[in-house]
Ligand binder design. Structure first.
Ligand code: RNT
Ligand code: ZN
Length: 416
């Protein structure tokens, strides 16, 4: 224990915060690490481009080309970041040994190496059907398509993913969050806004009709405001997704903080949803002007989101997953900066005298509240962070980046 930590611990103790207890607690809270930062959201089941209205930009050398490379990269990231992790897998990251099957025919065995990875690290797995980057998604509509064959294909994909999610949960002993997101929408003004939504609703209902144990599989519906090439209309809008989750038992709403109008904030939506849903899910990202999926930083809104989870005592009700993809910088660093930032945000929220601040609000002492909230910002949080990292066996300062530089030299730079 450093002298700096001891001093900081005393300062926080005066505010009623037991930093040792906070550190122990945070170590047990899982954050889901998305596999798709490592190869620019491509996966292993197709050669085509990324579609669905999402985009990576940049061409930094060293992206993972095989399951082995991707998993090695993720292990590197996990070794650089504190806290408990889960791995978030997309269906397009199926691993075929010779025989290829299309997305509607996927089976648990195609994801066995992911289960092995999870077991090796004592982690859980989350899962996502991939409704994009596929010829059956070329029209821009999948589950909401007017073409019955297209819908049927994607419904079968969704059902296969439910079975795979349940397999993940059974194998790892950790519930699997399965997130349904489609990029379905129109570039220009539609003639029918309701038809696709009614079809989308019925398609998700068919997927969820696949039998599964609600304690093992947590299906979510993720909303979105618009995508690239689908600027005028998104089938799975905020109202659609929220209402769907609210009216379908066992289905969770998933909010991605890149999927709203730029002045809306997910931090404010978290407590609104927690007032109604037993459990909710998040995609944590950083939008710049649009759903740009920049690397998550320790910035104001990230901290505000973490605060809402922590001070509403909802760490066990909110499934937290990272979702960003930057191809313009070292991908190991991109992943690590984002995960470390979210960990920092959680730690800071847990090192805040939330009960005291709430009491000031309820007593109408709003001037004092403002003063105290500002005071909190300059407490020696960095020393608590350093201690937390130390106790998790990772670097608390920027020297984690030295390992990234070495990995780039030894491993990434050799990938042609
Ligand atoms: C896209 C959504 C979605 C994807 C992943 C890859 O805007 O955020 O969650 O990023 O499924
Ligand atoms: Zn997302």
């Amino acid at each position: 224990m450093t002298k700096r930590y001891q001093d900081a611990k005393e300062i926080y103790a005066k505010l009623g915060i037991d930093t040792d207890a906070v550190i122990e607690k945070l170590k047990t809270i899982p954050v889901s690490l998305h596999c798709w930062q490592g190869d620019d959201v491509i996966g292993f089941d197709h050669d085509g481009p990324l579609t669905g209205g999402i985009q990576t930009t940049g061409n930094y050398p060293g992206k993972a080309r095989t399951p082995e490379e991707l998993m090695a990269d993720m292990e590197k990231v996990m070794s650089l970041c504190p806290g408990m992790k889960k791995i978030n897998v997309h269906a397009c990251y199926a691993i075929f040994n010779g025989e290829f099957v299309d997305r509607d025919k996927l089976e648990p065995k195609h994801f066995a190496p992911w289960v092995e990875l999870a077991k090796k690290h004592g982690m859980g797995l989350d899962f996502n059907p991939t409704f994009f980057s596929h010829p059956m998604a070329d029209s821009g509509l999948t589950l909401s398509s007017p073409d019955e064959n297209v819908r049927k294909f994607w419904i079968e994909h969704g059902k296969a993913c439910i079975r795979i999610s349940e397999y993940f949960a059974k194998e790892t002993g950790v519930p699997c969050v399965m997130n349904i997101w489609t990029g379905d929408g129109f570039k220009d003004i539609p003639a029918d806004r309701m038809g696709p939504r009614v079809r989308y609703k019925e398609s998700i209902e068919e997927i969820l009709a696949e039998p599964f144990d609600k304690n093992l599989v947590k299906p979510c519906v993720e909303s979105k405001v618009f995508g690239i090439g689908v600027e005028a209309y998104t089938t799975g809008s905020a109202e659609f997704s929220l209402t769907f989750a609210a009216t379908h038992d066992g289905c969770l709403p998933l909010m991605d903080n890149g999927h709203y109008h730029p002045t809306e904030v997910v931090s404010d939506k978290i407590p609104a949803l927690l007032a109604f849903f037993p459990e909710i899910a998040l995609h944590i990202t950083r939008p710049i002007r649009w759903d740009s999926d920049h690397v998550v930083l320790f910035d104001d809104e990230t901290r505000e989101m973490a605060k809402e989870i922590v001070r509403n005592d909802a760490l066990d009700r909110v499934y937290m997953a990272l979702d960003y993809f930057d191809a313009s910088i070292n991908r190991i660093a991109a992943w690590s900066v984002g995960l470390r930032s979210w960990q920092k945000a959680l730690l800071m929220a847990m090192c805040t005298p939330n009960a005291m601040l709430k009491a000031l609000q309820d007593e109408g002492k709003l001037t004092e509240l403002l003063v105290m909230q500002e005071e909190m910002k300059t407490l020696p949080f960095g020393d608590i962070w350093a201690e937390y990292c130390e106790r998790c066996g990772v670097k608390g300062d920027a020297s984690w980046y030295d390992e990234v530089v070495a990995y780039e030299k030894d491993v990434l730079s050799k990938r042609a």
